[in-house]
Design a protein around this ligand. Structure first.
Ligand SMILES: [Zn+2]
Ligand SMILES: [Zn+2]
Length: 345
């Protein structure tokens, strides 16, 4: 049985499981339009998840063949995983922001090889110990010789343009660009009065940008082809303020549960990140590499218990925070250090 929630006003959500993941489920939203139902995100590409998605649609009286379109908040596999299968079954279009479509294109074209090489170099430059980098190089070799089919997420056929209404018959759904969690993350603002008359402006499908009980991962965008020094945490904090100002009556996120008082949740998250940055400045009283900083930061478990792959994510998050501090003029790279160390100023 699929957990189906009717949010009123032609919007329902289906809880689609993510295998072996503490998040549990992705909330796939179904928005009725005059041309047929449109999905916001699709869920993880797994046979069991597909069964739950199609059973949930059936419970709403929707054969999957009737899905008209798919709007993706961002490219992560718990959101975009099943998009290709939905399109195959229905002929639906898939829409995504151009910057995340670029990542999908990259993932399809290569270049796992290139990515592994890039990450290994980057980790070395961050001060990762040799045994950690060696594990990554070994994973790269194992992958090359495994003969497994390459991971190939569906290439979208429509572009989500920030600030514009999506082409949905009979609905007003506007794209709000909210980079940070990914470069092309979007929230979708349903600019219609709340069906239960809650105060505020419409409803916001927030993807992973604004969640009721957790903060999304903010790491580097890790694009081997992009030499510009991105500031994902700065992007995220700006995006948070932007959705707070929309003041939606209700937020429908892609995980956990719907909630009200978006501006209040935005304030909590801004405070959380400010406190975290201040805590990092204390650690940076002595010069540290991004790796050393990650080892000393607070995570959901002690560093020694964080598995290999998650350490890469943690270091990426540490570096995103350092970049923000450098950009704010509160920390700087120590001249001549290699691997580069950072210190509070
Ligand atoms: Zn995500
Ligand atoms: Zn997610």
């Amino acid at each position: 049985m699929t957990q189906v929630t009717d949010h009123g006003g032609g919007v329902r959500s289906l809880a689609v499981p993510i295998p072996d993941n503490p998040l549990g489920t992705t909330l796939v939203h179904v928005v009725d339009t005059d041309r047929g139902p449109v999905l916001i995100d699709t869920g993880w590409d797994d046979p069991a998840s597909w069964d739950v998605l199609t059973a949930g649609l059936a419970a709403c009286g929707i054969p999957v063949a009737e899905v008209h379109g798919v709007v993706i908040t961002h490219h992560h596999p718990d959101h975009h995983g099943l998009s290709g299968k939905v399109r195959d079954a229905s002929g639906a279009w898939i829409a995504m922001h151009a910057l995340d479509t670029e990542i999908v294109r990259r993932t399809r074209e290569h270049k796992a090889e290139r990515w592994f090489a890039y990450m290994a170099d980057k980790l070395e430059a961050c001060g990762a110990p040799e045994e950690h980098v060696a594990l990554l190089r070994a994973a790269r070799t194992a992958r090359r010789s495994s003969g497994l089919p390459q991971f190939a997420p569906a290439l979208p056929d429509r572009e989500i343009v920030p600030g514009e209404l999506l082409d949905l018959a009979g609905r007003r759904l506007r794209a709000i660009w909210t980079p940070g969690h990914t470069p092309g993350h979007v929230c979708l603002h349903l600019e219609e009065a709340h069906p239960a008359g809650l105060p505020g402006h419409g409803r916001l499908f927030s993807g992973d940008h604004l969640l009721p009980r957790i903060t999304p991962h903010i790491g580097l965008y890790e694009d081997p082809d992009d030499a510009t020094v991105a500031d994902p945490l700065g992007d995220y904090l700006d995006s948070l303020e932007r959705v707070g100002r929309l003041d939606p009556a209700e937020v429908l996120p892609a995980h956990q549960h719907s909630f009200t008082d978006a501006p209040g949740r935005v304030r909590e998250l801004l405070t959380h990140h400010e406190e975290r940055l201040t805590g990092l400045l204390t650690l940076l009283a002595t010069p540290l590499t991004a790796w050393q900083l990650a080892e000393r930061m607070e995570w959901n478990r002690p560093w020694e218990q964080i598995p290999f792959a998650s350490r890469n994510i943690a270091v990426s998050e540490a570096e995103a925070h350092v970049r923000r501090l450098v950009k704010l003029g509160r920390a700087e790279a120590v001249a001549g250090s290699g691997p580069v160390t950072y210190v509070a100023v």
